[in-house]
Design a protein around this ligand. Sequence first.
Ligand SMILES: NC(=O)c1ccc[n+]([C@@H]2O[C@H](COP(=O)([O-])OP(=O)(O)OC[C@H]3O[C@@H](n4cnc5c(N)ncnc54)[C@H](O)[C@@H]3O)[C@@H](O)[C@H]2O)c1
Ligand SMILES: [Zn+2]
Length: 391
Amino acid sequence: MDAGHTSVCPALIRSATSEDRLYSEKLILGMEAMIKLNINLAERSYPIYITSDYNSIGKSLASAKISGRIVVVTDSNVDRQQACDFMEALGNAGCNVEKYVIPAGENSKNLDIIKGIYQYLIEKKLDRGGTLIALGGGVVGDITGFAAATFLRGINFVQVPTSTLAQADSSVGGKVGVNFENKKNIIGAFYQPKFVYMNVNTLKTLPRREFQAGLAEVIKHGIIMDPDFFNFIDYNMKKILSYDIDVLQYIAKQNCTIKGNVVEQDEKESGLRAILNFGHTIGHAIESAKNFELLHGECVSLGMAGAFKMARHLDMVNDETVARAVRVLESAGLPVRLPGMSVDEVYEHLFYDKKIKNNKLLFILPKKIGEVVQLTIEDTALIRKVLTELF
Ligand SMILES: NC(=O)c1ccc[n+]([C@@H]2O[C@H](COP(=O)([O-])OP(=O)(O)OC[C@H]3O[C@@H](n4cnc5c(N)ncnc54)[C@H](O)[C@@H]3O)[C@@H](O)[C@H]2O)c1
Ligand SMILES: [Zn+2]
């Protein structure tokens, strides 16, 4: 993964040591306009731009040699909060652009919405030189990407993620798709965007609970791969929660670097990419047992707390490491216990997971902060014990 910085202080270009990341203000002080990273996937390679406004969208489109007609797909909330500024930036860049708005929320992630997008594109006579831009969270990104992957056998696709989860996770990696017959993400494709454009300032209009829930995936990235990044998050939590733009840009950069590295090594999820599911085994089970009342990141936080507890019982980590992980999750305002939840119900949902092999549960467990391993856990008493400790 190459980090090309368009206009960032030289201190960021060298690789940071644990100590100077801890005292990060020095490192990120003076960070300006735009950071550029590259996801290297042969002919599907693409850049990610991390910035704090929409002003460079025209330049980014030109670099990707995108000049045809553009349809921006967004949802009703993002339309109210962000679309005006975004459309203005596209207009200033002289783009020929239209907007298609879908209802906000996970319920929109279905084939009827896709059908509506296809009909709109046909009505507008979008041709193979056309481009779909996803302006929104993970829902808009997944839907728009799927429409772009399939319309005319594939047209240009650009991601402009506006939620913490989308900036940390869903906009990088090329997984697109919809839910079908109550099964999440069961229909989809791997379809990489031409580029990803992240304006971290968009996080300010995101509902606070959504903002914090997305931090679970950020903390996850530190735990699975990068202890220095975990330290950085721990040390800078107050700044993160007060939307310090330099800190948010640095965090976006590290998220994309970590997720990008994993995706570069395992684009189609045949091995390494599984570590991104840290916290998701128990997390997904809680999410469906609670009927999606809790946000995904909140469930992943509970799942990560559970994974640390399980690793402790298996003597893989010590009490201090568990306490530290739990403390950082709590400092982000994330849940680490869910009193009153039924152990039986969550236990049952654990076995519905589509990633289950031969009815054996696969867990990603921490060896330390910065390293995880994938293990099959057959000890059902241990699984129940961990759930009891969580609820
Ligand atoms: N493709 C992948 O690799 C991948 C990875 C993880 C999750 N996902 C998918 O992502 C989806 C969840 O994404 P999400 O958490 O972003 O949900 P979301 O897209 O529903 O966004 C959450 C809420 O915030 C609103 N919102 C988004 N940005 C906003 C902004 N800047 N200002 C105001 N409101 C804003 C949305 O309208 C919505 O109400 C799920 O469908 C999940 O399956 C995909
Ligand atoms: Zn997740």
